[in-house]
Design a protein around this ligand. Structure first.
Ligand code: MRU
Length: 367
């Protein structure tokens, strides 16, 4: 089988009329890549978690809107803008919780506005006013590429900052997949693990399997095993026993949206892990690129939590249903960890501590 490192999680194909993604629903059994050409294909790939993880969704949306606008190279300014707005709204409706999706589309929109002369400068670019649609496309392409390239650098810096909190030989527990497959490279929660691996830290990593969609078992355990990291899989309900046994020195998780007060939405079950970690006095760290911090949401109550279909719980992984037909199912994709349970938020700019409202406001004041 091909190796994970043979492909990027998401990338532009050479002729730039398609995105290529690793189909994460097929892992770990098959490493299959998919080419996405239409808005519906990109929307479906995000909704069906063929590509998933907050940063990877953001890069997919940015590259996606670029390729979807390419057929409009000859359109006039009004038609180009109308098509852009329609496409952005459509892609943005694919999943509600990870803020990176709307964050990346907003960055692309600001570039377009700059090209139209509606803004003084477009982000990261010095843009003359009144461009042709073809020229606008070039700026959109550059911005999508910048969002992708920054992701690699941001994750590496989260890795460096996270590594300062860990000791060689530590046992690290993680939940869901905030790894390479959720980003372009390194991951967020796995970045300190990968850097530690390169530097001989010999971490022992425990992966929660992460019901109901098993991102921990299918993706994190797969990634870490491929990278030669010492990795042990356990069911979600085993984390208390594991922590009580003294084998875990730190918890590292990713996140989909951090509110202005530090409350952090991440894969369902994360707040259980945080609660248990607090009980056993194990530091619990949330790894968050600043693109995942949403200062417009004051606290976790304002974060929209995606609800997913009952079949993910009752039948999706089984040959025959494992629950009575028609039973009511509670299936939120994410939960919010209260900021009081978070020991530190590891960003590309350093580690934030309580009081998070002040730390986050200070950080955004400096950006
Ligand atoms: O539903 P998913 O698989 O997209 O959920 C992903 C997570 O919860 C990740 O932990 C989060 O997006 C951070 S990825 C760096």
């Amino acid at each position: 089988m091909a190796s994970l490192n043979d492909f990027d999680t998401v990338e532009l194909l050479d002729e730039e009329s398609a995105l290529r993604i690793i189909d994460q629903t097929k892992l770990p059994g098959k490493l299959e890549v998919l080419e996405l050409r239409t808005a519906k294909e990109i929307w479906d790939a995000i909704y069906k978690l063929k590509v998933r993880g907050a940063p990877a969704i953001g890069v997919t949306a940015a590259m996606g809107i670029y390729i979807l606008m390419k057929p409009y190279a000859g359109a006039d300014a009004e038609e180009f803008r109308a098509q852009f707005d329609r496409t952005a709204a459509y892609l943005n409706s694919s999943r509600p919780t990870a803020v990176n999706l709307s964050w990346a589309l907003a960055r692309m929109e600001r570039v377009l506005a700059g090209c139209e002369g509606a803004a003084q400068t477009a982000e990261g670019a010095d843009v003359p006013k009144g461009m042709s649609s073809r020229e606008k496309l070039e700026h959109l392409r550059a911005q999508a590429q910048a969002i992708r390239d920054e992701d690699v650098e941001v994750c590496r810096r989260i890795g460096e900052n996270g590594l300062t909190l860990l000791k060689p030989g530590d046992g690290i527990l993680t939940h869901c997949n905030a790894g390479q497959l959720a980003t372009i490279r390194y991951g967020t929660a796995t970045a300190p693990i990968y850097l530690g691996q390169e530097r001989g830290y010999h971490f022992r990593v425990f992966c929660d399997e992460t019901r109901p969609l098993l991102q921990g078992a299918r993706l994190t355990a797969f990634e870490l095993t491929q990278a030669g990291v010492d990795c042990t899989l356990e069911c979600d309900n085993m984390c208390a026993s594991l922590m009580k046994s003294g084998q875990v020195q730190a918890v590292l998780v990713g996140c989909d949206r951090v509110a202005a007060n530090g409350d952090a939405a991440n894969k369902i079950g994360t707040s259980v892990v945080a609660t248990v970690a607090a009980r056993y006095k194990i530091p619990f760290y949330v790894c968050a690129p600043t693109s995942t911090i949403d200062i417009t949401v004051p606290d976790g109550d304002g974060i929209v939590i995606e609800q997913r279909s009952p079949e993910e719980v009752t039948s999706m992984w089984y040959e025959s249903p494992m629950a009575p037909t028609g039973v009511k199912v509670y299936n939120p994709a994410f939960d919010v960890t209260d900021h009081e349970l978070i020991t530190g938020i590891i960003t590309e700019y350093g580690v934030l501590h309580e009081p998070y409202d002040r730390a986050i406001a200070d950080l955004f004041g400096r950006l």
